[in-house]
Design a protein around this ligand. Structure first.
Ligand SMILES: Nc1ncnc2c1ncn2[C@@H]1O[C@H](COP(=O)(O)OP(=O)(O)OP(=O)(O)O)[C@@H](O)[C@H]1O
Ligand SMILES: [Mg+2]
Length: 243
């Protein structure tokens, strides 16, 4: 079974058709990158999968459960949505909480973890992302790359089956990009299913099992890195990748 299956979704903002009949399947452990020009609908697609946007039509199945099904029981839906974790461009850490509390509080609130359990998982996740020495610092005391790694640790702490990344490095200074990309590579080696929106073409080419090229709400092309980057049949795709 595919871990994500998107069937013919559509979404418009007024007259602007942002997602135009998008269908997509992601298998467990697969790394799928979404590229395309600004405004092509990449973030809207990811946000729809995380249920942060409501689509107008079509369905989105996560592990076989249709999250667009309006009659779904609220508790059931919450459980299914916890299967996905999302990381944003601007980290979205709680500024008034230390790194420890950003993660531990989330575990307590979302997963109803005990204090002891939350603290253990927090330390484990911070060790994994190489930030254990920053555990009692506040977000504004961290570099951009460290903030993003803390945000990834927080999302991973909830033990999602799928990670969604929306331009995780685009707010970072060039010298900090590598540490975040290296962490994402590590997650791939652990067979985490990931959907990644990124403008880091070299990284996308290297990490992806599948690359999706979007334009104006549509999928222009879908294929392996090799096919999309080196052997695209679409002139539009070749043109976009030249830039
Ligand atoms: N809340 C909103 N209300 C109205 N229009 C929106 C809203 N969110 C997005 N849009 C529009 O939807 C389109 C797709 O936006 P989206 O953010 O998905 O693009 P994107 O591919 O992620 O672009 P970028 O690479 O710049 O992040 C754009 O035309 C945008 O202006
Ligand atoms: Mg975007």
């Amino acid at each position: 079974m595919d871990i994500i299956e998107i069937r013919n979704i559509n979404k418009s903002y007024g007259e602007n058709r942002v997602l135009n009949d998008i269908s997509l399947k992601v298998a467990k452990g697969e790394v799928v990158s979404i590229i395309g020009p600004s405004g092509s609908g990449k973030s809207t697609l990811l946000r729809s999968i995380a249920d942060l946007e409501t689509v107008d039509s079509g369905s989105i199945l996560i592990e076989g459960y249709d999250i667009t099904e309006k009659s779904m029981d609220k508790k059931e839906k919450k459980k299914i949505l916890l299967k996905t974790g999302m990381v944003f461009q601007n980290f979205n850490l709680f500024p008034h909480m230390t790194v420890r509390n950003n993660i531990a509080r989330t575990l307590k609130v979302v997963k109803k973890a005990s204090a002891k359990e939350a603290d253990e998982i927090t330390k484990q996740m911070l060790a994994k992302v190489g930030l254990i020495d920053k555990i009692d610092n506040y977000p504004n005391e961290l570099s951009g790359g460290q903030k993003q790694r803390a945000a990834i640790a927080r999302a991973m702490a909830l033990d999602p089956d799928i990670m969604l990344f929306d331009e995780p490095t685009s707010a970072l200074d060039p010298e900090l990009v590598k540490e975040v990309l290296d962490l994402i590579k590590k997650l791939r080696d652990e067979k985490t299913t990931m959907l990644i929106v990124s403008h880091e073409m070299k990284f996308v080419k290297e990490i992806s099992d599948k690359v999706i090229v979007m334009e104006k709400g549509k999928i222009l092309e879908e294929g392996t890195s090799g096919k999309v980057f080196e052997n695209s049949s679409s002139e539009r795709v070749r043109e976009f990748l030249k830039k």
